[in-house]
Design a protein around this ligand. Structure first.
Ligand SMILES: [Zn+2]
Length: 301
């Protein structure tokens, strides 16, 4: 497609007016701008601290400091897999002792290349923000705990160790991997009838973002749970146009162009420059709303 040398009237219309119209059309119950900005700032600061930290131990120390700052009791559990040694970080967030467990998690480790901002400081910071929200306003029917897995990049080792080494089986495990930008909440849900799928659909609509839900999804920590027969879903936040291309890459096909995710992760481009904290704030609002709707579908004992 030829490059435009100067903006024509039509381009001005689409660049300047349409965004204004889109803003005016935001749903009446869209989150207030201040709350969205506050989440964006906190999230961005959490991602920045993790990317500045370096290795898994330093990234985990950042997360632990954030949990401590909110007086959320956390513990580290060590595991080994042949010559690899890792440490998961788990924290209790809220809920009555006997209530079923909602476990929310993300992997804290990164590959050697890049700073691991998108993969997966983005998911870790999202889990932190959800921990703060469910601490402040607990779910009515579930206990909430959070987990930050080590050595996902070496074969989901942290999540596998949790399942194998006597970790509590949750009523649901909700994973976050690559939650960095875009207009679409991408949900891996093996069972189309799972109530969290319908809840996510409704929550995305009321938040003003798109939902793409299905069972095709790149491998990540939810698989450790599903392989044990434990219920699990996973969320990403990406551009909706990227999803079919990402799936092509993981199906060993050649997409017509490389989606942003595949250009950024596992490369030197995985820096803070690529994430969009405002988009992520909307994504977090949608996930929180979805989990609250799902919680309300569970009958009280
Ligand atoms: Zn990842």
């Amino acid at each position: 497609m030829p490059a435009l040398r100067r903006p024509c009237a039509a381009l001005l219309l689409s660049c300047l007016l349409l965004p204004l119209l889109a803003m005016a059309e935001q749903p009446a119950n869209a989150p207030a701008g201040d709350a969205l900005r506050a989440t964006a700032e906190t999230w961005q600061a959490d991602v920045a601290a993790m990317t500045a930290a370096g290795d898994s131990a330093a990234r985990r120390a950042v997360l632990r400091q954030r949990l401590d700052a909110r007086a959320l009791p956390s513990l580290e559990t060590a595991f080994s897999n042949e010559d690899l040694h890792g440490r998961n970080l788990l924290a209790t967030v809220s809920g009555a002792p006997g209530a079923p467990l909602l476990l929310i998690g993300a992997h804290l480790d990164k590959v050697d290349a890049g700073l691991g901002a998108t993969d997966n400081a983005s998911g870790s910071a999202t889990v932190l923000e959800l921990a703060r929200r469910f601490q402040q306003r607990p779910l009515a029917r579930h206990r909430v705990a959070v987990a930050f897995w080590d050595l996902e990049e070496k074969g989901l080792l942290g999540a596998r160790a949790y399942v194998a080494d006597g970790g509590e089986k949750p009523a649901l495990y909700v994973n976050f991997d690559v939650f960095g930008w875009g207009d679409t909440l991408w949900m891996m849900v093996p069972d189309a009838a799972h109530p969290l799928r319908a809840a996510s659909d409704a929550a995305a609509r009321e938040t003003g973002i798109a939902l793409s839900a299905g069972d095709k999804y790149p491998p990540t920590d939810h698989l450790a749970f599903l392989k044990a027969g434990w219920p699990a879903v996973s969320y990403s936040l990406v551009g909706g146009d990227e999803i079919p291309l990402i799936l092509q890459v993981f199906a060993q096909q050649t997409p017509e162009r490389m989606p942003k995710v595949m250009r950024v992760i596992h490369s030197d481009a995985d820096t803070l420059d690529e994430v969009d904290a405002t988009a992520v704030s909307r994504g977090i609002d949608a996930v929180e709303a979805a989990l609250r709707r799902w919680d309300a579908t569970v009958p009280t004992p």
